[in-house]
Design a protein around this ligand. Structure first.
Ligand SMILES: CC(C)(COP(=O)(O)OP(=O)(O)OC[C@H]1O[C@@H](n2cnc3c(N)ncnc32)[C@H](O)[C@@H]1OP(=O)(O)O)[C@@H](O)C(=O)NCCC(=O)NCCS
Length: 218
């Protein structure tokens, strides 16, 4: 995998039509606790609803995740809308040798139904392909998570697998859906709605790549 420096200071945020995406800061713990503290949000995640201490610990873990080529080897961005943190998108290596990454996402239910998660995930997929020369990006989710599956489909990911009762989660065997996209598929014209995102905003001169219920960087 080609290496490139992490985005330089000031390169963030990554702007889309309605959103700004940026690495985590310590003051994100409060707004993220309000999101991840909701039972509906945590239902299909690996973890239970966050309390304040959970949020502080998780955010501290995420702060160094500024890029796949950062020492942390992962990217975790908060999603801001009108200056408010409304969710996050995470990207991390599934198999570094095979240039494969995993992606995950969370959105405040109060901001759902407007395409904001779609917009954020499209921007991160475009960034992943443009910047880190990934070959393939996967999203794995509880098969009951129909909102997440619909989001994967809206961003052009393909359902490639449905594993039956393969994952022990919160006291029961659950099914897993695997969605994926290939770099060449995202590069195909026409570029689609995500073409309006501001991937160049984080480009560097030498740049060439959920809260996730089935695997996670944290
Ligand atoms: C998964 C999750 C992010 C999806 O949120 P969402 O609000 O459904 O997704 P979006 O923000 O992209 O909004 C899509 C909806 O807005 C509508 N929409 C409106 N304007 C739109 C636009 N410009 N572009 C796309 N969709 C738009 C879509 O039609 C869709 O509506 P529908 O739900 O009635 O079909 C959210 O349910 C969530 O965070 N869940 C909890 C955490 C979780 O499980 N994460 C995933 C782990 S794998």
């Amino acid at each position: 995998m080609p290496t490139s420096p992490a985005p330089s200071e000031g390169a963030w945020p990554l702007h889309t039509a309605r959103l700004a995406l940026r690495p985590h800061r310590s003051d994100d713990a409060d707004p993220l606790q309000r999101i991840y503290g909701q039972a509906d949000v945590a239902r299909f995640l690996l973890e239970e609803p966050w309390n304040v201490a959970d949020a502080q610990r998780r955010v501290a873990e995420r702060i160094p995740r500024t890029g796949l080529d950062s020492p942390a080897g992962a990217l975790t961005l908060v999603i801001e809308h009108d200056g408010t943190v409304i969710g996050d998108v995470a990207l991390w290596f599934g198999d570094r040798e095979q240039q494969t990454a995993e992606i995950g996402w969370v959105l405040d239910p109060a901001r759902g139904g407007q395409g904001l998660a779609t917009e954020a995930v499209n921007a991160v997929l475009d960034l992943a392909v443009a910047r880190w020369d990934l070959h393939r990006i996967n999203a794995r989710m509880d098969a009951r998570n129909t909102a997440s599956a619909a989001l994967a489909e809206r961003v052009g990911m393909r359902r490639e697998a449905h594993f039956r009762r393969d994952w022990w989660s919160k006291g029961e065997w659950t099914d897993t859906l695997v969605y994926a996209t290939l770099a060449e598929e995202r590069r195909l014209p026409p570029a689609g709605p995500s073409s309006s995102t501001a991937v160049p905003a984080v480009a560097s001169p030498s740049s060439p790549r959920s809260a996730h219920p089935r695997s996670a960087p944290d």
